[in-house]
Design a protein. Structure first.
Length: 248
């Protein structure tokens, strides 16, 4: 597919939910999706940051964003169900779901990896993404052209030493994407893909590479194009693909 920058109004009239939208790549995608005409469901655990993002979007796109506080680490089944019911009640459908929330954990040899940290990272990065996608599938099925995007990583496509639970969770995300895409092919209008943004100037990247110069990785704002394109009509017909934002 064409992975160039999105056209103005590319997401006009589409309802899109984004997790991890209060920082880094998720925030950049949310802002650009709103500028492209989408109505947004902002999913995050930090209410204060959600309010800030909501207010920023309101400056150029009033009434185009809905806050949906949800802590993916602690959420219960009833929390997911409430969110899914609210989406259907307000919009009657969901046209896009972008999974950007994630935890790095620690960069530690498997032999020494802390088990509770392992469980926490796998839960937030993989199990919560599965659970949220599952409860939102009925709303996605009501769309005429729905797109689910899982944010992946280079270490989720080729394992690297010390990346532990984060890498394993991203391998799991790739598997989840492939299984779901295959299940939905031919019996729905839902397409499912993963995107590896590559090195980005985010807090997570800083945590992983504390000595790296601040201006070396790409700014998140420069990486949103492929996500917006895949959410819109340009992504029609693309499913089951593991895509990259940056040239290797």
């Amino acid at each position: 597919m064409n992975m160039q920058s999105p056209a103005a109004g590319e997401l006009e009239g589409r309802v899109i939910a984004i997790t991890g939208c209060t920082g880094g790549l998720g925030r950049a995608i949310a802002l650009d999706a709103a500028r492209a005409g989408a109505e947004l469901i902002l999913i995050g655990r930090n209410v204060h940051k959600l309010q800030g993002l909501h207010a920023e979007i309101g400056q150029f796109a009033p009434e185009r964003a809905l806050m949906a506080p949800l802590d993916l680490e602690k959420a219960l089944a009833s929390d997911y169900d409430r969110l899914a019911a609210a989406v259907l009640a307000r919009y009657g459908r969901l046209d896009g779901l972008v999974h950007c929330a994630g935890l790095l954990g620690t960069l530690t040899p498997i032999e020494q990896y802390d088990v509770p940290t392992w469980v926490r990272v796998l839960h937030v990065n993989l199990t919560a993404a599965f659970a949220l996608t599952q409860v939102l599938l009925p709303a996605l099925r009501q769309s005429r052209d729905a797109s689910v995007i899982f944010t992946s990583s280079g270490v989720g496509r080729r394992g690297r030493a010390y990346w532990g639970a984060y890498a394993v969770s991203k391998f799991g995300v790739e598997g989840l994407m492939q299984v779901l895409a295959d299940e939905l092919a031919g019996n729905s209008r839902i397409r499912v893909n993963s995107i590896n943004p590559g090195p980005a100037r985010t807090a997570m990247r800083r945590q992983a590479y504390p000595a790296e110069p601040l201006d070396v990785p790409a700014a998140p704002e420069t990486l949103t194009g492929p996500f917006i394109r895949l959410l819109g009509p340009a992504g029609t017909g693309t499913t089951g693909q593991a895509l990259d934002c940056q040239q290797r």
